[in-house]
Write a protein that binds this ligand. Structure first.
Ligand code: TXA
Ligand code: MG
Length: 350
């Protein structure tokens, strides 16, 4: 398949280009587009054949349901049985944005979208290109992250081109995704509401509105078999670069000296090592492939660079990546969730 790549400026959207992209979606083909969290791989959510193409292009397991994206709140009325009371306030406060809400699905949603579940995940993204594309196409758009299944989610068009070139009809390059981690998935079909995936909207922000929100206990350690994650997607290995990832957790001085020790051991055995550091620590590492993810005092900078950092180190051909744990409050909960999954829960505590 020939993949067309077009560039759209999010601050000065070219309407003709959006119309052309919307036409591709409307005839049942695939368009990768930027969102504020990560790039998405879109298809018409009401067209079963189109949605099948998403699973094929990504190599995604069929029991992993997709998020349906809308461009306004009215659009969700036909997609769910009933909008729960709690959803209205959440939508008012966090939409458009990085919050996905799970509700009971309406009959028009094909089973392939929901992996056979009777619930559906819905999100209204805030990225101007995503919003405009959905609005102009006048259809709800099913979109998982636009990566090959299991790889780090794409935060730049370059990452999408790397993974999906030749497998999708169109890739819209709209610059970097500024959040850099996927949306928070919140299940509203259970009481109390449960976070199934931590993401761009923090637990603290949600609790400001719904005091009783809980977090799926399986997120704390998917290696413990007594906990089965409730979001089907959370049980798969994920975000994995080709290199082995090892997290080092503890106070910052101890982390640095442990990583230096482990790295020099590996290097003396001829193993290529990469380090994901932070602004506060990058100068303290001796190994050559050191990348800073961002500022520890501004965890959102680390969130924005994590997937990109994993991909960049992979391209250098390193075999092991050491990464520093961060505080798991605020967006740190999502950062640590993605890091742990990339590391297959390989964490060294110092
Ligand atoms: O930020 C995002 O959410 C991005 C952008 C493109 O919007 N999308 C994204 O989609 O991350 P995806 O497919 O990579 O992740 C969707 C997650 C999976 O963990 C999936 O299992 C869960 O949402 N999910 C979807 N529908 C669900 C449902 N009905 N019940 C429980 N979990 C669901
Ligand atoms: Mg994904």
């Amino acid at each position: 398949m020939n993949t067309e790549i077009i560039r759209i400026d999010k601050n000065n959207i070219n309407v003709d280009k959006i119309k052309a992209a919307a036409d591709i979606l409307r005839v049942g083909r695939l368009v990768a587009f930027p969102t504020e969290t990560v790039y998405g791989l879109g298809a018409n959510a009401l067209d079963e054949e189109a949605v099948k193409k998403i699973f094929a292009a990504k190599g995604r397991p069929s029991d992993n349901p997709l998020i349906v994206h809308v461009s306004d709140k009215e659009m969700i009325e036909g997609l769910v049985k009933k909008i729960p009371e709690k959803a209205f306030e959440l939508m008012r406060q966090f939409w458009p944005g990085a919050l996905t809400l799970i509700m009971e699905k309406a009959d028009c949603i094909p089973h392939i979208i929901t992996g056979g579940l009777n619930t559906v995940a819905i999100r209204m993204p805030s990225h101007p290109i995503a919003l405009e594309l959905i609005k102009v196409s006048q259809i709800p758009v099913a979109a998982p992250s636009a990566n090959i299944s299991g790889r780090p989610s794409p935060t730049e068009a370059e990452h999408v081109i790397h993974d999906l070139s030749g497998k999708v009809d169109l890739i819209i390059d709209g610059g970097s995704s500024n959040i850099g981690l996927e949306s928070t998935v919140l299940d509203l079909t259970v009481d109390p509401p449960m976070v199934l995936r931590p993401g761009g909207v923090t637990l603290e922000q949600l609790r400001g509105l719904l005091k009783d929100v809980v977090v799926d206990p399986a997120l704390l350690d998917i290696t413990r078999s007594e906990f089965r994650p409730k979001a089907p997607g959370m049980k798969y290995t994920h975000y994995s670069p080709k290199a082995d990832v090892i997290i080092v957790d503890g106070n910052i001085e101890a982390i640095v000296s442990k990583i230096n020790e482990l790295a020099s051991n590996r290097i003396s055995n001829g193993i290529k090592v990469g380090i994901l550091a932070t602004e506060q620590t990058r100068e303290k590492y001796k190994s050559c492939n050191v990348l800073s993810l961002g500022d520890r005092r501004k965890p959102e900078t680390i969130a924005a660079n994590l997937f990109k950092g994993l991909r960049e180190l992979d391209l250098t051909g390193v075999e092991v990546i050491f990464t520093e744990a961060v505080d798991d409050t605020g967006v740190g909960l999502a950062i640590m969730n993605r890091m742990k999954k990339a590391a297959g829960f390989n964490i060294i505590k110092v």
